[in-house]
Structures are given as C-alpha cells and as structure tokens.
Design a protein around this ligand. Structure first.
Ligand SMILES: [Cu+2]
Length: 476
C-alpha cells in the first residue's frame, strides 16, 4: 500500500535506513497513517546484542540492532519517520538536541503522542541544527530496568549542514554504553571528575539519611561490542579520524581516552566549539556528545576506552590497530585533569544579555534501605504546581544549583543553551543542550525562548528523571 503511493512523490532524500520490503508485513496500517512514504522507518522490537561470543544479551532495539542505525538527515529538509512498535509497551522516540515542536519531540510530558503497543505512527520533522544528535526512548522506566533508556533503544542522528570540509579519512560513530543494569545500595561514585570544585552549593547541614537503591552496571561496551571483541578500528599512520562520541548510558557519566594520542575536540553536543582544543581525555555526561579529530601518528595497537580500569576491563573500550602492527593492545593512563568546558569557549558572549533569571535548586531525599531516592527541583518532585513560564523571544539565564552528592547531566529539550558559568568560573560561546552540573556545584546557562510549546527539563539519568528530577517549561 505504501509503495503504491510512492511513485507519485518527488524523489526523497536517500535514507540512511531503507525500510525492508517486508517491513510492513503482519501489521495493519493505522487509519491515520500518512500516505507519504517514510524516509526512515524505525521498528522497535526485541534484539540480541553479542557483546562478545560468551555474552549475548536480550534487549529492545531499533531495526534489529542496538545501537540502532546511524540516521543521516539534511538540515532543514523535512523528513517522515515511521515508528513501528513491535513490543507490548507504549513507546516514545525522542530526538535529542533537535529544535523541533513538542508534537514530534517524543516525550509524554510535552504531549507527544505515544506509539501504541503493536501499533505504528508517522512523524514529520525538520532536522536542525546541523551536527551530532541522537534518538532514544523517552519512556518512563521507574523500577523496570527493561524499559526506556535502559534498553538498546538509542542511536545517532547526524544532521548534515552541507558544510563538512571532509578533512578526515575515517568517520566513526561511537556510543558508550552499559548493559544489564541492577539496583545497588553501594553505587561506585566515579564522577570524581567534578568533585574537586569549590562545592559552592554544599549545604551547611548535610542530610545524613541513608541513600536508597541506585542503578549500577558491570557490563559495558562501545556500540555493541565489549573491549577486545569484534573488529578493531583499523587505521594507517598519517590518517585523521573524525570520531563522534555519545554517552548513551542511562546511569553514568564517563571519561574516556585513546592511549598514546591526544584528541582535538571540535564540537560539543554537535555544535562547533568556538575554540577547538587538544585534550588527553574527554568527559561525557549521560546524553552528551563530543566530536573529536585524532591524528594517527603513534603507530601501535592501542585501547580507546574508559579511563577507569575496572570499567574498561568490564568492556568499555575498543582496540585501535595501526596497519602492520602486531602486539597486545596497550593502555596508558592519561594525565589527570579536571574537565573544563570553558577551554572550548570564547571571550565574549555573542548572545544578548539575559532579561530574566530562572533559579533552580536540585535536592535529594534519601530513600533509605530498599527504597529509591526522590529528587526535587525547587523543593518539589515532578509534576510542579506552577511550571516555569517563558515569554517568547525573551533571553533567560538559568541557574542550576546542585545540592546533592552526585554530578547530574541536565538537559533542556528543544532548546540550545550557552554555557556561562561552571562553579563560579565565567565562560561564553559554548552552545549545548546538556550540561553536567557538578557535585555540590553550580552551572549557569543562557538561552532564548524561541521554541514555543512545552519543553522538558530533566536530569538525563533515567532513575533520577523517573523519581522526580524534571520540570516543564511552558510559553506564556
Ligand atoms: Cu541526576
């Protein structure tokens, strides 16, 4: 049926994913299904992931794989995405980092329609801005670790702005992941990257109640392979790699490095860095992306992976192999240096000065043994009686005060923000959609209210979001 209509349509962009000819079999078209042939089809269904031959796990993924396919879209060119849900639970596909209306953004809180169990739904969206975006389930998981962002429902979307200079020899998309999450009372806190700040938001009186159960993992990969399994990244001396990194974890922030090499960070959350910088390692909060260029000028066989040894040994890494080299893959600890977003910025703010300030305070109510922690935004868990109301066109300063002993990756849907201050240190020019608010620390961002409709603001750690750590912004 869908094919019959397609002949009359103008040629559509070459889709990164071609719907298989049998993709529609067995599922009747919904009454309201668009007659337009989809440019992309995402089928949500159970998949197996072979991390290594001795470890094959079952989860839910897109189009038979996890991560799902890399979707390449053209900036500004409207596309139709058909989502087919072959599972028993309602699903939502969120397009992280895109400036698109709430109807297609893919969150229940913003009013995006659900894709019903064993149903399908078509969405039209106009991808922008250019850069590294990603798509993932935005379903709530609560205490079900087989739902939402805990599953394999994630993948890259690369929005092509048509100005890629192409001065690299290989382009790689690498998603950092953990699998088989479990509840634990003694979560290893490996966000120590953000622990050496000035603790500006540390309360005078600390809450000493015991924490509730958090979510942990002991199974890691880059894309769908554990370190040492699958093909290495094969390179030649003198090549330049463009690597798109994504932390697709539902539970943890992460630091990674490529042994023997520095990486030049050229974009954060897909947006070009005003001052690209060479770094020894990169830090990615859950949901964040970094694009880096690496010059292959140190022949050998190296590990690209988590800087924490146990995490690397549990699979978070991939081997980078120069042609003609034969040896064990090597790891070298990079120098320790705190992650500093400011080095990628510029001196002056390009955006107009903010007219209004929004204050947010994040707190944790410890859950105690056998229970989960509850997370508060300005004293209340979601939903809030009074949402944050924005005036269209106004410029805002958003202050995030983290009064908890965790570093939280905060994300505002459908908007871009400019980082202006981390732990009291001023900065400008770095445009992002997610920011890690340090342990007992503070982040300040500016944004323009130019995307009417509801916009969800939340911690990108699934359990924190599910248990209160979110709020809605609405337009007056
Ligand atoms: Cu959090």
């Amino acid at each position: 049926m869908a094919q019959a209509a397609s002949g009359k349509l103008p040629a559509l962009a070459q889709a990164g994913v071609t719907p298989a000819s049998g993709a529609h079999s067995g599922i009747p078209l919904q009454q309201n299904a668009s007659a337009v042939k989809a440019d992309y089809t995402l089928r949500i269904a159970p998949v197996t992931v072979e991390l290594d031959p001795s470890h094959i796990l079952s989860t839910i993924g897109y189009n038979g794989t996890a991560p799902g396919p890399v979707l390449r879209m053209r900036e500004g060119k409207t596309v139709t995405v058909e989502v087919i849900n072959d599972t028993y639970t309602p699903e939502l596909v969120h397009w992280h980092g895109m400036l698109i209306p709430p109807e297609v953004d893919g969150t229940e809180e913003e009013g995006s329609p659900l894709v019903p169990p064993h149903g399908r739904r078509s969405f039209q969206l106009t991808p922008r801005p250019a850069g590294s975006r990603w798509y993932h389930s935005h379903a709530m998981a609560m205490d079900d670790l087989h739902k939402g962002a805990y599953t394999g429902q994630f993948g890259f979307v690369y929005v092509d702005g048509g100005n890629d200079p192409g001065n690299y020899d290989q382009e790689l998309f690498l998603a950092l992941r953990d699998w088989e999450p479990f509840f634990t009372a003694n979560m290893e806190d490996d966000d120590d990257d953000t622990h050496n700040g000035p603790l500006l938001e540390k309360p005078a009186v600390m809450n000493t109640e015991p924490d509730g159960l958090e979510v942990g993992s002991m199974t890691y990969s880059i894309n769908d392979k554990a370190l040492g399994s699958g093909d290495p990244i094969r390179v030649r001396e003198g090549q330049r790699l463009l690597i798109h990194f994504l932390n697709a974890s539902a539970i943890e922030n992460r630091r990674i490095a490529l042994a023997g090499h520095k990486m030049k960070v050229i974009a954060l959350d897909g947006n070009p860095a005003p001052s690209p910088q060479m770094v020894d390692s990169i830090f990615l909060g859950a949901g964040e992306r970094i694009d880096a260029v690496v010059e292959m000028k140190h022949p050998g066989i190296w590990i690209l992976g988590a800087t924490e040894k146990p995490i690397r040994e549990m699979g978070l890494g991939v081997v980078v192999e120069y042609a003609g080299q034969h040896m064990q893959a090597q790891w070298i600890d990079p120098p320790k240096q705190p992650w500093d977003y400011a080095i990628f910025g510029n001196e002056s703010a390009g955006a107009p000065a903010p007219e209004q300030t929004i204050e947010t305070i994040f707190e944790k109510i410890p859950g105690g043994a056998g229970k989960f922690n509850l997370w508060l935004v300005n004293g209340e868990p979601y939903p809030h009686e009074r949402e944050f109301v924005l005036q269209q066109g106004a410029h805002y300063r958003l202050i995030m005060r983290n009064r908890t002993d965790d570093a939280h990756p905060l994300h505002l849907h459908r908007h871009l923000w400019e980082l202006r201050e981390i732990n009291g240190k001023a900065m400008a020019g770095v445009m992002k959609d997610t920011v890690v608010v340090p342990y007992y620390g503070r982040a300040v961002v500016d944004f323009t209210a130019d995307q009417p409709g509801l916009a969800l603001f939340h911690c990108h750690i699934q359990q924190h979001m599910d248990y209160g750590f979110k709020a809605l912004f609405r337009y007056a």
